[in-house]
Design a protein around this ligand. Structure first.
Ligand code: ZN
Ligand code: ZN
Ligand code: ZN
Length: 278
């Protein structure tokens, strides 16, 4: 399997759209991997995870050929993960597509599903161009040959947040954004996986901040999550653990600053454009 990180920031991006904090000023100076767009990932070049406002940017700068993508799974209804108005760009008159072009289907739990339906209705998008499918937390669904398990997340409840375990041909990975340490009901489901995940992507929005986050995680919460995943056999020594989804309001969340802390704890730090094969 192959996971490509197209965007790796929280809602404001890094540097924040309107922000002049010291992290954002430094990010502008340093550039490179310290510049982060809103969260999105691509699995095996065919399954999108999340549909942020930077999707357009990802088609320009990270080789995302969205004209070839048929399916997108959405973690929750925050705008840095679901920017439904851009789905209008696929409607007749806005996008010219070959005859019999496949439908673009977006899978989301209740609130995201409702937002997509409202947006498609309002902008009169033809159903053969874009469809929404509702995902039920805890219920496996199949898409693009992947078996996807949406687990309840601990994050803004009104956004019906889920995280995903994605499986194919005996390989699996966890994409755990956005969430604090997962709720117990999700740990019960992780205990029943058929084998260890080869990659786990964890929410490290707050970087090295000492205080535990309620809706996201800091490095210490990521370490505790990693230890518990190893203890229950949902991960093993070969599993690659990735830190992802960073905020300028966190501590040491710039790539260059977080790297030594992350490496010491056995984590890879994501950056826009990073691809991992496993
Ligand atoms: Zn987010
Ligand atoms: Zn800032
Ligand atoms: Zn969120």
């Amino acid at each position: 399997m192959k996971l490509t990180y197209l965007g790796t920031a929280a809602a404001e991006g890094i540097p924040g759209l309107f922000c002049q904090c010291k992290n954002c000023i430094r990010a502008r100076e340093l550039g490179g991997r310290n510049i982060r767009t809103r969260s999105q990932a691509l699995v095996d070049d065919c399954l999108l995870i999340d549909f942020p406002p930077d999707t357009f940017l990802h088609t320009l700068y990270h080789g995302l050929d969205i004209t070839k993508i048929k399916s997108c799974i959405v973690t929750h209804a925050h705008s840095d993960h679901l920017y439904a108005p851009d789905l209008e760009m696929r409607k007749v008159g806005f996008a010219i597509l070959p005859k019999n072009a496949p439908t673009f289907t977006v899978y989301a739990a209740r609130r995201g599903y409702e937002m997509i339906c409202e947006s498609l209705k309002e902008s009169r998008v033809q159903p053969e161009r874009v469809q929404a499918e509702e995902v039920i937390p805890g219920e496996v669904f199949e898409v693009e040959g992947f078996r996807v398990l949406p687990l309840p997340a601990k994050h803004a409840p009104k956004t019906t947040p889920v995280v995903f375990v994605v499986e194919k041909d005996g390989k699996r990975f966890g994409y755990f954004h956005d969430t604090s340490i997962l709720p117990e009901e999700s740990w019960v489901m992780l205990e029943t996986l058929d084998g260890p995940m080869q990659l786990v992507s964890l929410d490290c929005t707050e970087g090295t901040m000492v205080e535990d986050s309620l809706g996201h995680m800091n490095l210490s919460q990521c370490i505790r999550t990693k230890e518990r995943l190893l203890a229950i056999g949902a991960a093993n020594e070969q599993t690659v653990f990735v830190l992802n989804h960073f905020s300028h309001n966190g501590e040491n969340t710039l790539y260059d600053e977080l790297l030594p802390y992350a490496e010491a704890a056995g984590f890879v730090v994501s950056y826009d454009g990073m691809t991992i094969k496993f």
